[in-house]
Design a protein around this ligand. Structure first.
Ligand code: HPA
Length: 272
């Protein structure tokens, strides 16, 4: 009997061509990166067995494959979130499919709130580590010893170094910080933001962490970049966060992200 992952791999492999150097998951409002891929192969998630179709505006929900800066990339343009269905493993089939297609490096992007004054809306922040305050885990119900995944260095120090070098060469400023996963979809209260800050987080958001856990489960190296769209509730500005703001600021800041990712792709073969 074949699984959904077998079926997804069988469907995608002949369409996307050869080996993939890097897979990228695009967060809210960041779809512009996929639009920059010349002569792309585009496959709607709806056509791929087990790929979630999603119900959040700001995500296109298709796979885009192509060559950028001489590297073969596979972009997941749009993700599904835990809050859409209550299934923390909603991205399991796409992530496992990437692994089965031979992807060894996964770059995750997202829109996030900032908890630090110097990490400002419109700016980029590499994720160095995370705090999972969602109360769940995408590996709950998984079988076998492989589920006990170590999370030390979940965000590859080697790839973070490369990303910092890419930022220098592209002239793009990147911060580095700890990302806290909250379930959403409601934004945090000011009291929750204060708590998360005291716990040591620099960013807050509703995604990425389950995908990192799944990618580590399947043995992939992970690098993650947030585009900061707002300060956390109750900080700095009186305005309440909104999804409109998230989409708008992410798509403006996405231009810097695109420059950064292009430079990262260029440096992908560097020895260290
Ligand atoms: N909180 C949670 N998720 C987010 C935020 C936020 O302030 N901004 C963008 N995604």
């Amino acid at each position: 009997m074949t699984t959904l992952v077998d079926d997804a791999v069988a469907y995608l492999r002949p369409r996307i061509g050869g080996d993939i150097d890097l897979a990228v998951v695009l967060g809210t409002g960041l779809g512009g990166f996929a639009e920059a891929v010349p002569d792309p192969v585009e496959v709607p998630y709806a056509d791929i067995p087990g790929f979630p179709q999603g119900n959040v505006t700001g995500h296109a929900h298709r796979v885009v494959a192509g060559v950028l800066e001489g590297r073969r990339i596979l972009v997941l343009q749009g993700r599904s979130h835990y809050y859409e269905t209550g299934d923390a493993a909603i991205m399991r089939t796409p992530i496992e499919t990437l692994k089965r297609l031979g992807v060894s490096t996964l770059l995750l992007t997202n829109a996030a709130g900032s908890l630090k004054r110097d990490i400002q809306p419109g700016q980029l922040c590499l994720i160095s580590d995370h705090i999972n305050l969602s109360g769940t885990n995408p590996l709950i119900g998984d079988r076998g010893d492989g589920r006990f995944v170590p999370m030390n260095d979940a965000y590859s120090p080697r790839l973070r170094q490369r990303m910092k070098r890419a930022a220098m060469s592209a002239g793009v400023r990147v911060h580095e910080g700890v990302y806290c996963w909250m379930s959403g979809p409601s934004f945090e209260t000011p009291a929750e933001i204060k708590m998360i800050r005291n716990l040591g987080a620099d960013l807050v958001g509703m995604s990425t962490v389950p995908e990192t856990i799944l990618a580590r489960r399947f043995g992939m190296d992970v690098i993650a970049v947030s585009i900061v769209t707002n300060f956390g509730a109750g900080l700095e500005t009186a305005a309440a966060p909104s999804h409109e703001e998230t989409k708008q600021v992410a798509s403006t800041g996405g231009i810097a992200l695109r420059r950064l990712l292009n430079a990262f792709l260029k440096g992908l073969d560097d020895v260290t």
